[in-house]
Design a binder for this molecule. Structure first.
Ligand SMILES: Cc1cc2nc3c(=O)[nH]c(=O)nc-3n(C[C@H](O)[C@H](O)[C@H](O)COP(=O)(O)O)c2cc1C
Length: 173
C-alpha cells in the first residue's frame, strides 16, 4: 500500500547554506537556503531557488549578485534564525551576531563565521513557482586554509524538513 505524501519531505536531508545579498546602498541581508545546487562545472554555475516574497529575492533581482556561504554545524541556531525572520523586518547580522567581511570581487559581504564562500554573478533568472531560480556564475571560491589543509575537520550544517518554518507554506502533518 502506498499513500499520498508531501513530496518535499522525501527530499531531505539537505545541506544548509547562508546566502548573503545586498542593495545598492550597501545594506546587507542573510537568507538560509537549502534549495541550492551546482548546475554546471564549465562554466561554474550554482542555482538557488529563492521565495518570491523574500527580501533576498528583491535584493538579488536588483544587484544581480549573491554569495553562497558554507556554515558549519554549530551555526544551526543562527541558520534557523535567518530562515525564519525577514530582512524586511530585522537586521540579521545585528540579531545573530554574525559578522561581515568584504568579499573579494562583489559589493555583497561574506559571513566571517562560515568556512567557505562562493561569489556569484547572476547569469539567468527563471520564474519557477513560488520561487525564482537564480543561476549564478561562481567568479570567486575560497575557504579557510586550515580546512583546506585538513588541519581542522568540520561538519557542514544540514538537516531534515524544517516543519515549523515550512508549515506556513506547505501542507505539513
Ligand atoms: C534550513 C532552511 C532552509 C531554507 N531553504 C530555503 C530555500 O531554499 N529557499 C527559500 O526561498 N527559502 C528557504 N528558507 C526560508 C527562508 O530562509 C526564509 O523565508 C527567510 O525568512 C527569508 O528571509 P528574507 O526575507 O530576509 O530574504 C529556508 C529556511 C531554513 C531554516
Amino acid at each position: 500500500m502506498k499513500t499520498d505524501v508531501e513530496y518535499l519531505e522525501f527530499m531531505w536531508p539537505m545541506r544548509h547554506f547562508l546566502i548573503t545579498c545586498g542593495d545598492i546602498e550597501g545594506k546587507s541581508n542573510i537568507i538560509a537556503v537549502s534549495f541550492c545546487m551546482p548546475v554546471s562545472r564549465e562554466p561554474s554555475l550554482i542555482a538557488c531557488a529563492i521565495g518570491k516574497g523574500a527580501y533576498s529575492c528583491k535584493l538579488i533581482e536588483s544587484t544581480k549578485e549573491f554569495i553562497v556561504n558554507i556554515p558549519p554545524k554549530e551555526l544551526k541556531p543562527k541558520i534557523y534564525y535567518c530562515g525564519s525572520h525577514s530582512g524586511y523586518q530585522v537586521d540579521k547580522f545585528k540579531e545573530t551576531g554574525l559578522t561581515l567581511q568584504p568579499a573579494r570581487k562583489l559589493r555583497v559581504p561574506i559571513i566571517n563565521e562560515c568556512i567557505a564562500h562562493m561569489e556569484c554573478k547572476v547569469k539567468q533568472e527563471i520564474e519557477t513557482g513560488d520561487k525564482n531560480l537564480f543561476i549564478g556564475e561562481v567568479i570567486e571560491a575560497y575557504a579557510d586554509e586550515s580546512i583546506v589543509r585538513g588541519e581542522i575537520k568540520i561538519e557542514y550544517a544540514k538537516g531534515g524538513f524544517p516543519k515549523k518554518i515550512y508549515a506556513t507554506r506547505f501542507r505539513c502533518k
